[in-house]
Design a binder for this molecule. Structure first.
Ligand SMILES: CC(C)(COP(=O)(O)OP(=O)(O)OC[C@H]1O[C@@H](n2cnc3c(N)ncnc32)[C@H](O)[C@@H]1OP(=O)(O)O)[C@@H](O)C(=O)NCCC(=O)NCCS
Length: 168
């Protein structure tokens, strides 16, 4: 039994492991889920993502966590807090990517709200941001539903992104 980092009404969040490769590939190989990322990810890139996440746990005591159905243990997606550079400043940013088969259930909102509260209260981050492609409406809705406010538009990853944030 893996100790969860967080749990909510329907979800359990735990640390990512090397053997989550197959779970992550469900999202990373789906062109629809990766529509607002540069491209889908292959196996090598997915292993690099896992390594980046494990490094974040070690360096920042945070990172993306694996989200599972609390009752069945079914893999649903990933959500967590990662360092992100915004206009030259390192901020702590919320990230959420869910398997397409479970979209439209409110899981991303439930997980993102729990992670944001955990970041502000337990990890004592002053502020949590969300960097969102201006066309990614489902993601904008998640940020707004968890109480984040629009701050500005900037250029990141070579494209226009909205910066949302919430503070203590
Ligand atoms: C961004 C992403 C996580 C949003 O997923 P989502 O399923 O739309 O978001 P939620 O889990 O919060 O679900 C919300 C929807 O479920 C509905 N819903 C159903 N049951 C619900 C419940 N019990 N509680 C809350 N909402 C519920 C809501 O009405 C809402 O519907 P709407 O889209 O018509 O407004 C998803 O599109 C994704 O993984 N995309 C790929 C990766 C990505 O782009 N990540 C963001 C990068 S910035």
């Amino acid at each position: 039994m893996v100790t969860p980092i967080l749990s909510t009404k329907r979800l359990s969040l735990r640390k990512m492991k090397v053997h989550d490769f197959k779970n992550l590939m469900e999202i990373f190989s789906d062109p629809e889920a990766m529509k607002y990322y540069p491209a889908t990810k292959n196996g090598k890139q997915t292993n690099e993502w896992i390594k980046w996440t494990l490094d974040n746990y070690a360096k920042y005591n945070t990172g993306l966590w694996i989200v599972e159905d609390k009752t069945s243990g079914e893999f649903l997606g990933q959500c967590g807090i990662v360092p992100q550079e915004v206009d030259g400043v390192i901020e702590m940013g919320i990230g959420y990517l869910f398997a397409r088969r479970v979209w439209g259930n409110g899981y991303a909102t439930e997980a993102a709200l729990a992670c944001t509260n955990y970041g502000l209260q337990q990890l004592k981050f002053r502020k949590i941001v969300a960097l969102i492609d201006v066309k990614n409406i489902p993601s904008i809705k998640v940020a707004e539903r968890i109480g984040m406010k629009f701050k500005k538009t900037t250029i990141k990853w070579g494209k226009k992104v909205y910066v949302y944030s919430v503070s203590k």
